[in-house]
Design a protein around this ligand. Structure first.
Ligand code: HEC
Ligand code: HEC
Length: 206
């Protein structure tokens, strides 16, 4: 709800400064049961992996190094977050410098300049260690994302809903600051997640 409110406020008050705010309407409409073959599901998975392994997603989805990554064309060489940033076990940097020190929510578009800290949401933090994708293969991430123990106990419908409700994900498709957006669109990604789910969450190692 907080997310919705923020997007509504951003659209009303700051149209134009936050590109992602305008494109927030996502439809969650799963294909009919039995209408997606395993082959089609695997094709959808291929696109899901392109998104999951993209720097706009994988820079945060790191493991127990607790170090976010700086990778993607705007960074040149891939490397751990500068300034010795370490999210700690809290994943929000409570043990060191909190992420929110720099990654605050700034409705005036504080993330639009090159090399500025993305200021998308006060909840800017690393996901739990089990959601580590950075540097992992398509088969590894696929098996992870269908495992309730490692996906936050979510069905595909839950994952699709989660994707829509997270402002950080809306940002990933319109990041500004010279950063490359995640591939496809949020709507296409949600459609792929739903299609993969309806096809039975196949992975290439089945
Ligand atoms: C700022 C860091 C950050 C970025 C960038 C980020 N995530 Fe996440 N992600 C999180 C956090 C934190 C959670 C845990 C929140 C929860 O479980 O409610 C999470 C959880 C998830 C989950 C549910 C857990 C799972 O593994 O099933 C999915 C799916 C997900 N993210 C997808 C994405 C995608 C797709 C992108 C890129 C478009 C992305 N994330 C970018 C921080 C991030
Ligand atoms: C001292 C300020 C500061 C703190 C504290 C900080 N960051 Fe950053 N962060 C930055 C800056 C600046 C950038 C952008 C660097 C660039 O584009 O060259 C950045 C970029 C990032 C990126 C890359 C986003 C992308 O895809 O381009 C991630 C991920 C990230 N930070 C996560 C975190 C997390 C998680 C924490 C807390 C553990 C944190 N940061 C704490 C300043 C900070």
């Amino acid at each position: 709800m907080k997310t919705r409110f923020f997007i509504a406020a951003a659209v009303a008050g700051f149209t134009g400064t936050l590109a992602w705010a305008a494109s927030d309407e996502i439809t969650i409409l799963p294909p009919a049961e039995g209408s997606v073959s395993v082959e089609q599901g695997l094709v959808a998975w291929g696109r899901i992996y392109e998104v999951a392994s993209h720097p706009r997603c994988s820079n945060c989805h790191v493991g127990d190094s607790n170090r976010p990554m700086w990778s993607g064309p705007s960074y040149g060489k891939a490397r751990p977050h500068g300034m010795n940033i370490n999210a700690g076990e809290s994943r929000i940097g409570a043990e060191h410098i909190p992420c929110a020190t720099c990654h605050v929510t700034n409705k005036t578009g504080g993330n639009s300049g090159a090399h500025m800290a993305p200021q998308v949401a006060a909840e800017w933090q690393l996901p739990p260690v089990e959601f580590e994708w950075n540097g992992k293969s398509s088969i590894e991430v696929c098996n992870q994302l269908r495992d309730p123990e490692r996906n936050g106990d979510r069905t595909c419908m839950d994952i699709a809903g989660h994707l829509d409700h997270d402002v950080i994900l809306h940002w990933a498709w319109a990041p500004g600051g010279g950063r490359e957006p995640a591939p496809y669109s949020l709507q296409e990604h949600v459609n792929d997640v739903l299609a993969w789910g309806v096809s039975g969450m196949p992975c290439a190692n089945d």
